[in-house]
Design a protein around this ligand. Sequence first.
Ligand SMILES: [Zn+2]
Length: 323
Amino acid sequence: MTISIIKKTLGFVLLSMSSLQLSAQDIIAHQATSDRQMKDISTIKAHKILNNANLNNPSADIYSSWDNSSKHSVSGAVPSNFKIDLRGFCMPTPSRVVTSKFGYRWHRQHQGLDIKVYVGDTIRAAFDGKIRVVKYDANGYGNYVVIRHTNGLETLYGHLHKHLVSPDQIVKAGQPIGLGGNTGRSTGSHLHFETLLAGKAIDPALLFDFPNQDIVNDYYIYRGERIQKEARTSTSALASVANEQNNLESALATADKKPATNSRRNTASRKVAQSKKSKTYQVKKGDTLYSIAKRNGMSVKDLCKKNGIKQTAKIRAGQKLKC
Ligand SMILES: [Zn+2]
């Protein structure tokens, strides 16, 4: 992957150099704007390189290998908390009719959604990605395609009449990948559509709203199975995922964030100053030195020292103590 980036960058530099030689005069003529143009070009180029690297090896952070043999040939652990960005989606079919839902059916788990399509209907890639599997499974999916996407998901399209893609092909969201059909274990033409995260099937209806031809939300947050037991931990882990995303987004943003950082630092130092300054506490009925110290996060010894009193001293309601 690194080599291919170097190759591409080198190619770009060489190309730029040869065009410099060819049109030196033009460059002088356009010198005033060339700096800006170069900056724009390098930003776009950097973006493209990043994007292509991701498309060549989509979601390498989740999947440790690339295998064209079957849907199940996935290596990599299911992340316990994972934020899936659905924004670059395209509905695989304009059909709004769901004929069978995800879940238990006929004594077995139905791992996807069935959507009514007719033989020959165009089926499209749900997101940008790379075609992982193109197979025929006579007793199951019939002609099927599995795509690994850059957002971490894999999608599967079953019972196709025909494939329109080949393994390792890079596809964009909305690109036709097959034609609707009735191949494999199927009664009546339909699209069997699965959404998988590291081999684990997620109900596609949680992500895609076929009747309304839209995504359910911009993001889908996948939560591991232990979420209920460890609700608090998971929430904080989730927050850190969200933070990471935010950090990435702000790193990509060109806006100058310095004033914000400064104001945050000022607030923080103000808080420190405040905490060092002592407060006054008015003793209420029933208070003890111990309860006051505890309430103010200090020891009885410190409280007494601060107020020049003995630990055995009696306090009365209305009395003011420094804390
Ligand atoms: Zn199905």
